[in-house]
Design a protein around this ligand. Sequence first.
Ligand code: GLV
Ligand code: MN
Ligand code: MN
Length: 417
Amino acid sequence: MGEPTASSRDRFGEVIANRLTELEAVSDEPGQLTRLYLGAAHRKAVDLVSAWMREAGMTVRLDAAANVVGHYEAREGGQRTLLIGSHIDTVRNAGRYDGNLGVVTAIEVVKAAHQSGKRYPFAVDVVAFGDEEGVRFPSTLSGSRTLAGTFDPKGLDDLDDAGVSRRQALSAFGCDSSRLPAEARQPDRIIGYVEVHIEQGPVLEKEGLAVGVVTAIDGVTRAVVEIDGVAGHAGTVPMSMRHDALAAAAEMLVAIEARASSRPHLVATVGKIDVPGGAVNTIPGLVRFTLDVRSSMDHERLSAFSDIRDTIAAVAQRRGVEARIVVGHEASAAYCDTALSDRLAAAAQTCGIAPRLISSGAGHDAMAFDRVIPFAMLFVRCRGGVSHSPDEFASPADIDVAARVLSTFLDMIGAQS
Ligand code: GLV
Ligand code: MN
Ligand code: MN
């Protein structure tokens, strides 16, 4: 089959792109998109997405983890459910596509089925997760892990930068955290979980393809490193007598970069560093920095993390500072289900797209379902491979392809059920 016809092209794409622009305006910060889990903008996004789900023929509820769940009833006799989702939280100063694209696309595909009176032999639950980026609390994927039944209740004691716990934030949002275990889905009632997401990398663009089928998602370890040095006067303490926490952190950062660069399929990032109470004329006494280590091979990630731990301890000892490392989030590399992925590839082919297999360096809610519920993902080309930036862009034409692939995929799963 060839290129889509001009009349079918952008039927979904324009509508989805317009809704993403509408959703982009829902932000915690003026002039840029920042939407953190359980914040004021998250609440507004929940309301907007809920309204779109209702219009698409779904019944809607906010579950105990603040996931918005839109339920599209099965044809009579349908017993099982297909989950389709992504996230509506964002990084700071985000692009409008990361996460939001998958949620809006799923809603539009269900809306098209609803408008044409189509029911599938299974129910479709469209889920808008709220805790994928992990910007607010140290652990993340709490929404998807709640559905998978693998959320660790210790995460309820996680604190944000203002000292508010996850438990308190959920309660202020109207969510009862004691109900979290009851939200777990029974795997034998679930066909699988499917997520549409921008690629966040340059491969599809380089190969001239609108979409790609994901094979696996890299594993990740995230931690916060706290360095306790000795604060002092910048003018009076000789260099040889200092225990500068920031200088120690700088040496650690360079060592982390070198360790990650020493192996293929391994990346490590220090994305945030704070010097609480820092001043131009004060030797830093306390520093906190974040650490994010990823690999498609768990043994590479674990061995790198262990080496980084040793290096941090050695630098700290030599410089007479104390270092503490607290791991906040950890996920193994997760492999997509071949049967579901084959269906996605067949759906892409039906839509005239050569099915390209691609792996994911970015984390996704899908990985929370690893070894519990089969999952598959469809990536959408994004301009320049740019993501986690306001410059993120996916064209309406490519979004249209993704929506048609998803819609075709649902028909195929329906035909085989
Ligand atoms: C989420 O975007 C992540 O990969 O950190
Ligand atoms: Mn994402
Ligand atoms: Mn992201």
